[in-house]
Design a binder for this molecule. Sequence first.
Ligand SMILES: Nc1ncnc2c1ncn2[C@@H]1O[C@H](COP(=O)(O)OP(=O)(O)OP(=O)(O)O)[C@@H](O)[C@H]1O
Ligand SMILES: [Mg+2]
Length: 139
Amino acid sequence: MSVSFPILLVDADATLALGRDLGHLVQAGDVLALIGDLGAGKTTLTQGLMQGLGYQEEVTSPTFSIVQEYRGGRLEVFHFDFYRIEEEHELLDLGWDDYLDRDGVIIVEWPALHPDLLPKNTRWLKLSHQDEGRLIEEV
Ligand SMILES: Nc1ncnc2c1ncn2[C@@H]1O[C@H](COP(=O)(O)OP(=O)(O)OP(=O)(O)O)[C@@H](O)[C@H]1O
Ligand SMILES: [Mg+2]
């Protein structure tokens, strides 16, 4: 199975389903940068991805904690939100480089705020609002 973009996601269930597909496909060391306005579906996609990796627990935006760590699925997941990060050193102090070395899956919401931190192998996905649903494309 592979995923080819762009995809029109007609409702939240479609976002979840795509996330689940991605959850089956991701591999250790993958970095996904999720671009999109407020409410574009970044966390919903992440929720689906977590389901695809076999996690049952609820996934929320990590806005207030910067990173949420999940263990117990097929791969560890480190879910970041750069929204409130003002300076790169805040992330570096948190051990950003170590996270990159941990062979988990890294998911970043609001990555464009600190693009220089994202490694070369990052897959950049952009979600945007449509009249109905959302469009997701690789950028
Ligand atoms: N394809 C879709 N069509 C319509 N609604 C959707 C779609 N995908 C997700 N949603 C809904 O959009 C709302 C916001 O989604 P979500 O919280 O995932 O956005 P977000 O990009 O993480 O926002 P934030 O920037 O605030 O973290 C939710 O109610 C979700 O169910
Ligand atoms: Mg979110």
